[in-house]
Write a protein that binds this ligand. Sequence first.
Ligand code: TXA
Ligand code: MG
Length: 321
Amino acid sequence: MATLRLPATPAGIAEAAALLRAGALVAFGTETVYGLGADATNAEAVAGIFAAKNRPRFNPLICHYAEPEEPFADVAPHQLAERLARRFWPGPLTLILPRREPGRVALLTGAGLPSLAVRVPAHPLAHALLAAVGRPVAAPSANRSGRISPTRAEDVLAELDGRIAAVLDCGPCAVGVESTVLDLTGPVPLLLRPGGVTAEALRDVVGPIAPAGPVAGPEAVRAPGQLASHYAPSLPVRLEATSVAADEALLAFGPPLPGAGAVFALSETADLTEAAARLFAGLRALDGTGLARIAVMPIPRHGLGLAINDRLARAAADRPG
Ligand code: TXA
Ligand code: MG
């Protein structure tokens, strides 16, 4: 695939929006760094982000919106969040809040977590693009996994040329560091990632903020153990199943094995993108069957299969059985 470099004109923005609405990947500039965008309500499009970035695991993505009130369609109402939104949005602040369920945002966007990261970028072109898309846009930084975040369209192309449909050239990013990530799901606001909005500025509105501690940084989470348990279904998980019993629920890849008490087909055609898109919905559905355990058919360990296997291995490790 040749990656289009779209100009920051009304026609360029309209084309970028049409591509996103059709499920394609489009990088775009924000005031912080360039994001690699996909329609957050389209799980297959979001799976494409992980494939393009070569990400070996599914970590939760930020949903981007045009207007400060829009995120609250997808996350629970929250007084402090609404005050922060009035003060800092549009701007480089990401808030983590409980997601509304059932919701339009794909489970894969939030890596199956009960929370969702939301932000309203200040860049006028990002705003125009998001308004034209009319849906939440999931976007991690537009670099390959393990590399630094791009702040110019040419940096994006150096990372992802040929792997994404287009980049909307929004010029150089003004802030150059990622957004501040503030977790509001617990009793005390927790700073997960320092960024474009300073902790001092936040404290004026929020009062005391707990730092994330030694795990601060891009991979910081409220508490690693807590995140791990959110990743885990309540039923035990048995990996690499080559046969299945009637008291088991089967997570199938390719043609399902016969004999299971319940079946969820990740992909009948053994397509890894389709399987990634359906993984979290499948785990939830089978967890609800009340059978003895979830048996998982082998999934190849290449491309998106790496992230799928990483997720399944954690689910199995958490509840041995
Ligand atoms: O400035 C930015 O935030 C850029 C631009 C493109 O908006 N985006 C960005 O995305 O930096 P990314 O995926 O590189 O970083 C998102 C961070 C990660 O550290 C991720 O773990 C955290 O936000 N995060 C997202 N959802 C979360 C959740 N539900 N709970 C905890 N952490 C979350
Ligand atoms: Mg990043």
